[in-house]
Design a protein around this ligand. Structure first.
Ligand code: COI
Length: 359
């Protein structure tokens, strides 16, 4: 019996398990496991009927609010197998907390974080055979909430679904740890302080697509976002937080209310402090980055996120100039952070931070 008397999760197992995809074909988010978690909400009953069912399509009324007003939030975290047969989740409580912060911002009902954790643990256990164990692979866990009330008035939905789906994944970028090029975006903005930039909600990602397409046309892999007001402070890279190694220190933009407080960002900050690498969390302008480049002090740039873990940046495209950072492979610090983080996540290295939870 759970200490907190969580509602029991009903379980219906699939009668037709699917074939597992080969590890070298995984890519990111192309395959889904045999089961999914669902729980419903309405204003009379609150969250109710948690259940694990065979993975299947869902039916919604065309007027469901999620389709029209974008009331939806999501999370992303990963499960890893260990050599001794355990399954490790990486800081899942942080994701459950952030899911609720996103829910609050979008005027959506918060969830009992214990039921979120219990739902995802049980689901991962049921589909544990789907967890790949080749280097660079993992089971990506995607919890999300959608507004399902059929009504076109602009007001918070009175009905929702919370779901969790699982996807065996390889590296997020096809090139793995090969450094990417980034285009410093000065025309479009992703989010502004006071908006929904700190929530993990669909609109932020939809807003980024146009810039991403244009950057790709110019031969760049990702966009480096500047702040939406003065267009001079660096915020994020693609859908990741960003770190710069300048001289003997590492600098990352301080959380300012317009971009996401990444779980990997927080983990990297803790790790660098543990290693006594000088680290500054502060506002940082693109001019400062360019100046550091010109003076030869900008030695590494890397993005951090759940999907890619660490993504080294090898080129900065700014005002038609292509500035090479590093020597074409992952920088020494980026590689050390990646190896340590994935070592902890997969149980190969000791976890001095108590980040992983075995299920
Ligand atoms: C992450 O890496 O944390 C992300 O948010 C990427 C995801 C949208 C695919």
């Amino acid at each position: 019996m759970n200490e907190k008397m969580l509602p029991p999760i009903a379980i219906e197992l699939t009668k037709s398990p699917k074939a597992r995809p080969p590890a070298d074909k995984l890519g990111f988010g192309k395959y889904y496991t045999d089961h999914m978690f669902i729980m419903d909400y309405d204003t009379d009953r609150g969250w109710h009927e948690p259940r694990i069912v065979p993975y299947q399509p869902i039916t919604l009324d065309p007027s469901a609010k999620v389709f029209h007003y974008g009331q939806t939030v999501f999370e992303g975290l990963k499960a890893y197998p260990t050599a001794d047969g355990r399954i490790l989740l990486f800081r899942p409580r942080k994701n459950a907390e952030r899911l609720n912060r996103s829910n609050e911002r979008l005027s959506m009902p918060t969830l009992d974080e214990e039921i979120v954790l219990e739902g995802l643990k049980q689901l991962v256990k049921i589909d544990r055979d789907w967890i790949p164990n080749e280097p660079g692979t993992s089971l990506y866990i995607r919890p999300f909430v959608i507004a399902t009330e059929s009504a076109l008035g602009v007001a918070p939905s009175r009905e929702y679904k919370f779901m969790i789906i699982l996807s065996p994944v390889g590296m997020y970028y096809a090139g793995g740890m090969k450094p990417i090029s980034i285009f410093v975006e000065s025309k479009y903005v992703r989010a502004v302080e006071g908006g929904v930039g700190t929530a993990k909600t669909a609109g932020n990602y939809a807003a980024s697509l146009k810039a991403q397409e244009e950057a790709a046309r110019l031969g760049c892999d990702q966009v480096l976002w500047l702040d939406g007001v003065q267009r001079k402070y660096v915020e994020e890279v693609g859908s990741m937080n960003v770190f710069f190694r300048i001289g003997d220190k590492v600098v990352t933009p301080a959380l300012n209310g317009s971009f996401l407080a990444g779980v990997t960002r927080d983990s990297v900050i803790q790790m660098l402090r543990h290693w006594e690498v000088p680290l500054e969390e502060r506002a940082i302008t693109i001019d400062e980055i360019v100046q550091a480049y010109r003076e030869g002090r900008l030695t590494e740039i890397f993005g951090t996120g759940t999907a890619a873990v660490i993504s080294p940046v090898g080129e900065l495209c700014w005002h038609g100039e292509r500035m090479k950072v590093g020597n074409g492979s992952a920088g020494e610090l980026s590689a050390r952070i990646y190896d340590t983080l994935t070592g902890i996540q997969t149980g190969k290295l000791e976890d001095p931070f108590d980040w992983t939870i075995a299920i």
